[in-house]
Design a protein around this ligand. Structure first.
Ligand code: CP
Ligand code: NVA
Length: 306
């Protein structure tokens, strides 16, 4: 049966560990993967802009010997030119795997239901699983054992946080999230993540005080205050997030070797100061690079039965 990646919630812990171990193998070049996905075709449907997700999937698929087809909203007029179920049925006859970036998670789930091939969530308003998996891989790569690490996300309770919540909970990693009161992550996701984390002996902690979670942190992670699709709220959000900028003042509260993370694109001077994102503890570009390695592992797992 085909397997999708729509949310980290659907992944078994063993699958996450397997993806991470495959990523280690890919990065260490333990064997030749250059024809692992030869004759396999990946479709990329993007209804929102992308730099990292699109290019990392295209480059990754090329490294594995496969081909990619980028489908812009203008090409296929997703959801208006023909029924989503017909798009899924047709693409399943040509392709072996599909990545889609769209607005609603519901639309992604609907498409996946009508696809006979694996569907990968390339970001929705609710989740960004490829991002969070790569981020957790990156943190493990840099820090090793994460059991007692203090990982703090400071900013908007958005799609990236929702996926980090499930990822940290499943892997038993403590996660602190500081957001303004009216920008908390969704209650049902927080509740579920807390339930999963408790069974693993890990803590999920929500706060409205960036200074509290920055204190003695091993990792500080942030993302834009206005996500794609929320542009009309940009001004009001800038006010809501006053005091949430990751700057030297906030970073000085953390451990000296605290890693600075951002999924990018960054709005420099808003959620993160230039001297922090460009500073010696910033790992944002290693984080971006790992998107490609982890997604190659995801493709091998879902398409190549590795
Ligand atoms: N982080 C991320 O997904 O970047 P893009 O929006 O550029 O794909
Ligand atoms: N939260 C951001 C992530 C971009 C990769 C957005 O959805 O725009």
């Amino acid at each position: 049966m085909k397997k999708d990646l729509l949310s980290i919630k659907d992944l078994k812990i063993e699958e996450i560990e397997h993806i991470f171990s495959l990523t280690d193998d890919l990065k260490a070049k333990v064997k030749d993967f250059s024809s692992a996905l030869s004759e396999k075709c990946l479709g990329l449907i993007f209804l929102k802009p992308s730099l990292r997700t699109r290019v990392s999937f295209e480059a990754g698929m090329a490294h594995l010997g496969g081909s990619t087809f980028y489908l812009s909203p203008e090409d296929i007029k997703f959801g208006t030119r023909e029924a989503v179920k017909d798009i899924g049925s047709v693409l399943s006859r040509y392709l072996n795997v599909l990545v889609i970036r769209t607005f609603s998670q519901k639309q992604l789930v609907e498409l996946a239901q009508f696809c006979a091939i694996p569907v990968i969530n390339g970001l929705t308003d609710l989740f960004h699983p490829c991002q969070a998996l790569s981020d957790l891989y990156t943190i493990k790569e840099k820090k090793g054992n994460l059991k007692n690490a203090k990982i703090s996300f400071i900013g908007d309770g958005n799609n990236v946080v929702h996926s980090l919540l499930y990822g940290c909970a499943k892997l038993g990693i403590n996660l602190n999230v500081a957001t303004p009161k009216n920008h908390r992550p969704k209650d049902e996701i927080v509740k579920e993540a807390i339930n999963i984390a408790q069974k693993k002996g890990a803590d999920i902690y929500l706060s409205q005080d960036p200074r509290e979670v920055a204190q003695e942190a091993d990792v500080i992670y942030t993302d834009v205050w206005t996500s794609m699709g929320q542009e009309s709220e940009c001004k009001i959000r800038a006010k809501d997030f006053a005091g949430f900028q990751i700057n030297q003042g906030l970073v000085s509260l953390a451990k000296k070797d605290c890693l600075i993370m951002h999924c990018l694109p960054a709005h420099r001077g808003e959620e993160i100061a230039d001297d922090v994102i460009d500073g010696p503890n910033s790992i944002v570009f290693d984080q971006a690079e790992n998107r490609m390695h982890v997604q190659k592992a995801i493709l091998l797992h879902l398409v190549g039965s590795f």
